[in-house]
Each structure stands twice: as structure tokens, then as C-alpha cells.
Design a protein around this ligand. Sequence first.
Ligand SMILES: *Cc1c(COP(=O)(O)O)cnc(C)c1O
Length: 367
Amino acid sequence: MIDFLNLQKSNSRYNDELIKAAVRVIESGWYISGSELDSFEENFAKYCNTTYAIGVANGLDALTLTLKAWLELGKVRPNDEVIVPANTYIASILAISEAGLKPILVEPSESSYNLSIENIKSQVTPKTRIILPVHLYGLISPMDEIMSFSRDNNFLVLEDSAQAHGSSINGKKAGSWGDAAGFSFYPGKNLGALGDAGAITTNDTELAETVSYLRNYGSRVKYKHEFKGVNSRLDEIQAAFLNVKLKYLDEDTRIRRSIANRYINEINNELIILPKTTYEENHVWHLFVIRVKNRDALQRYLSDNNIQTVIHYPTPPHRQQAYKEFKGLSFPLSEELHREVISIPMDPTLTEEQVSYIIGVLNKFSC
Ligand SMILES: *Cc1c(COP(=O)(O)O)cnc(C)c1O
């Protein structure tokens, strides 16, 4: 079986360094909020070209705590509206509801699966305060346009960069465009820990400080609590692993791009809609997602041919039981995408032969 993503194989490339990092942390006797986190925050901020990176427990918290910090700082008020794509992983939307703000779902652009300025404009109301673009599958949203529109209208922008570490427009990276960004280092993400982890990036000192208190019980000085915070810290051992893996992120991205280029150039089956090509720097190929009318048949066929696939995502957020309040809403394109998308293997440890095999099998699919 060709795995969709083989984390064991992927991480074992760095076994020696990861083991050394783990031993270093174990022997230090210091497991939370120490020098590994400090150095990861510095390294990741440098990578994204932002002033700050603040480590938190996961990507969902990165988004939620940024929104809560804006509430604490009086930048937004409860129930203010946040524009977010309807076709995202549910975490983008859960962060908004958890912070007591109102998610306003919008259809994506059919060519990019990301927000477009036209679609954002169609949902702006006097209560709109925040735009939350999701760089879905690793493709950065049109941040130049989103930022100039948001500046004109005094909106804040929070990038959901959980799938897009290192993607860029004109050399400016995901996570450095918005007023802030949330990253996830869930093990399967392009930069993945060996457990849960996340970070917020920003150039805003006030926001960075507020988030760093919120993640630690709302406390700046031990046992003094200025905010009703949470416990959402990035462990030393995960920070140490991330310091190792960050060094190899760009090399992995290069491999992902070469696999994606082969898929785009060599998959040649009229039943299959490929992702639209863009400038190479825009996409880091967290996922390679194709569209096909008879999706379930394709998934069965690939599985019969020993190729594992995953659906990102089978049910749109507005059709989830958790969001009964969205039941009456209709997003025909998002619903169609959720019916038709299927993600084929995308893993920096795939061999050329495996990629050739996958392409050959896809090109023979009929029905
Ligand atoms: C993974 C992901 C998140 C959440 O990250 P966790 O670390 O799993 O909490 C948020 N948004 C998107 C788009 C994601 O893919």
C-alpha cells in the first residue's frame, strides 16, 4: 500500500537529531516555558519574517487566543462578525464561536478554493470587523488584495496558516501579511511536531504580549491574573523537535513542489480536475487535492490498486451537527467541493517510482 502520508518514515529521516533533542530536554529537568520554546519562537518568527511568534498548545488555540486578545484589547466586541470561507476545516470556524464572535461563511473562489475579494465584499455588513482567510491545502490566499481592502475598511485580518508554512506572495510569507496568523504543528502538517503544538505570528507588540498572558492563565507575573486566560503552552520537548524539523522545512517544500509538478504535468484524465497552477512560491502543497464527479468510485479504485487517499473534508462545516444554526444556509459550490474532492498521496518521502505508479493508475481510471 502507498500511504497517503507516512509519518514514521518522514520523521525517521531525523531520528538522530530528534533523539538528541529529546534527551537534552529530559536531562534539563525543565519541561515547560524554557529555552527550547524561546529559541523556537525566535526561529519561527525569523522564518516567517515577523517580529513575534508565540507558541501555544495547538492551531485551534492559536486562532482562538488571537481573537480573544483582540476582545480583551477592545479591538472587537462580542458578536462582531468574522468573514471566513465556508469550505474550511471546522477549526477556523470553531475558533470564532469559541471567542464569542459571529462566523459569516462565504463561498470560496472555484479556481483557488480560497476566499476572493468579490466573495468577501458580498458578505460585508456594518458589523464586520475581521477577515479570516484560510490558506487551504497550502495555497496562500490573495493577501495583497485582502490587506488593501481590509485597510480601507478598518478590518483586522487573521490568517489561518495551519496548512501553509512557507507559502508566499512576492517573497512575503504566509503569517506575515495579516495583523496576526495562526499556525498548527499537528504531526501531519508541513511543519509537524510529534504531538500537538501551534503558534501565533504578529508584528503587533500589544497583541503578542496579550496572547502570551492568555496562554498562561492570563498571567504576566506569577500568581497575578490580569485576564481570564487558559492553559495553552507549547511543551519544551515539542519545541525542541520543532527546532530540528524547521531546518528541513524548505527542503521538504521543494520536494512537495516537485511531486505536485509531476502530478500536474502527467495526470491526464478528463474525469479528473487538477488544482489550478499558480506561481510556484504561492503553494506549499500541504495536500494535493483533485476533483472528480464519481469520487467514491475513484477512492475505491485507488484503494483496490493499493493507493491510500483521504477526503479533505467529507462534510462542510455548515452541515455539521455542531452548527445547527447554519442548517438553513446554502453554499452550493462548497457543498459540491465537499462531494467531489479527494486528496492523493503527498509526502516528501514518496519515491519517483511511487509517484509514477500513482499517475499511471489515475490515468487508467474510467467510469
Ligand atoms: C489543522 C488545522 C487547524 C487546527 O490545528 P490543530 O493544531 O489541529 O488545532 C486549523 N485550521 C486549519 C485550516 C487546519 O488545517
